[in-house]
Write a protein that binds this ligand. Structure first.
Ligand SMILES: NC(=O)c1ccc[n+]([C@@H]2O[C@H](COP(=O)([O-])OP(=O)(O)OC[C@H]3O[C@@H](n4cnc5c(N)ncnc54)[C@H](OP(=O)(O)O)[C@@H]3O)[C@@H](O)[C@H]2O)c1
Length: 351
């Protein structure tokens, strides 16, 4: 087991005291108990968090997940993190047992279900959620890249099964997931079309996208896509926004055997689009194209693959929209909730 450095007894931690918008739901505690060091024979690791990156799912959970269940009373928000190992059990892999190793990733559903979150100075978690921070990333960047956004971009690329020379469209190319996804696709030799608003056009072009489509200048965007791709339809579309019309009209711009993948299931958490797009037969108005919704289960191996994309130069520009001080986490959530983030919103946890 790694030798723990002396730990303080208390720490700063954001907790959620009720459901609602972040400004109503969150409270800052300055005397929360620091988690105890992992059991000597466990595979758990105690991390001193330096940065936490935020995701739309954090705000969604704040609105809907109960805060009163005995096992998740006053939960802490936040999945993504970067920080350093301060103690570890002997069953954790060697690279994650080293005190001072800088690691990143995202908490899993189990940890979050039991009220854990990364907007706290210290968090214990299983080593199987971790990746070592690549040298090429700052800790603020690593929190976003190795966390939910990067891991989701990774599962999108896997599910699309991309091949060199294919042509794919990413809706929401300027967001946390989209901005990483377009870079990985480009590195795999895909011709990438990125959809975002005109104000982000130069930024998305700078990520290597072949052509940017401004959905505000072409509103609605679907007839524009049908005209543009009528002679050479796309191999796949990855929707990081959750647009039903984009799928419903996709016969105009997606190959008959093309794939439509979405990561955004809307208010019904994917149930309504699943019924509409997977179960409804074509004769009852269903769209004759393959539709799939992807759900990330955070895992260290996914984060490690993302770290490898950084190391091999596939991800060159991790976008951090803004880094907020810990005390201003509510402001950070409010910026995220505008839906206009350019890459990741990050909270600096360690002083
Ligand atoms: N299924 C999963 O496991 C999973 C995992 C991660 C995320 N998600 C979901 O995926 C979505 C994206 O996540 P994220 O972290 O990338 O969010 P984000 O960083 O908040 O995305 C914000 C981006 O969305 C773009 N956008 C908003 N409306 C748009 C529209 N009509 N057309 C095109 N782009 C639009 C904005 O671009 P402009 O300002 O340029 O318009 C902005 O850059 C969220 O709904 C999230 O909950 C799901």
């Amino acid at each position: 087991m790694a030798t723990p450095t002396p730990l303080p007894k208390t720490m700063k931690q954001w907790v959620q005291t009720r459901n609602g918008a972040p400004k109503d739901a969150l409270q800052l505690k300055t005397d929360a108990a620091v988690p105890s060091a992992p059991a000597p024979s466990s595979a758990d690791v105690l991390i001193k968090i330096s940065h936490a990156a935020l995701n739309p799912v954090d705000v969604h959970h704040m609105r809907i997940l109960p805060t009163w269940l005995p096992f998740r009373r006053c939960p802490t928000p936040g999945f993504d993190f970067c920080g350093e190992v301060v103690a570890a059990g002997s069953a954790a892999p060697e690279e994650f047992r080293k005190v001072g190793a800088v690691v990143g990733g995202a908490l899993g559903g189990m940890q979050v279900a039991f009220g854990k979150g990364t907007l706290a100075e210290y968090v214990t978690m299983p080593a199987h959620l971790l990746a070592l921070k690549p040298k090429g990333l700052s800790e603020a960047e690593a929190a976003g890249v190795l966390g939910i956004a990067g891991q989701t971009a990774n599962i999108c690329v896997r599910a699309a099964g991309v091949e060199q020379g294919q042509r794919g469209l990413v809706n929401g190319a300027s967001g946390g997931v989209g901005s990483l996804l377009v870079q990985i696709l480009k590195a795999k030799g895909v011709v990438v079309y990125g959809v975002c608003s005109g104000v982000n056009e130069a930024m998305v072009k700078g990520l290597g996208v072949d052509e940017v489509i401004d959905y505000k200048a072409h509103d609605p965007v679907e007839p524009f896509l049908a005209e543009k791709f009528k002679d050479q339809p796309l191999d796949f579309i990855i929707d990081c926004v959750g647009s039903q019309p984009l799928f419903s009209h996709s016969t105009g711009y997606l190959k008959p055997k093309g794939k439509f993948l979405t990561i955004a299931g809307g208010k019904s958490n994917g149930v309504v689009p699943f019924v509409r797009n997977r179960l409804r037969p074509v004769m009852l108005g269903g769209t004759p194209r393959s539709w799939q919704i992807l759900a990330l289960l955070p895992a260290g191996n996914l984060a490690q693959e993302v770290a490898a994309f950084v190391d091999d130069g596939s991800i060159k520009k991790p976008l951090v929209d803004e880094v907020f001080p810990f005390e201003e986490a509510v402001k950070a959530f409010e910026k995220l909730a505008t839906g206009r983030a350019k890459g990741k919103i990050v909270v600096k946890v360690a002083v």
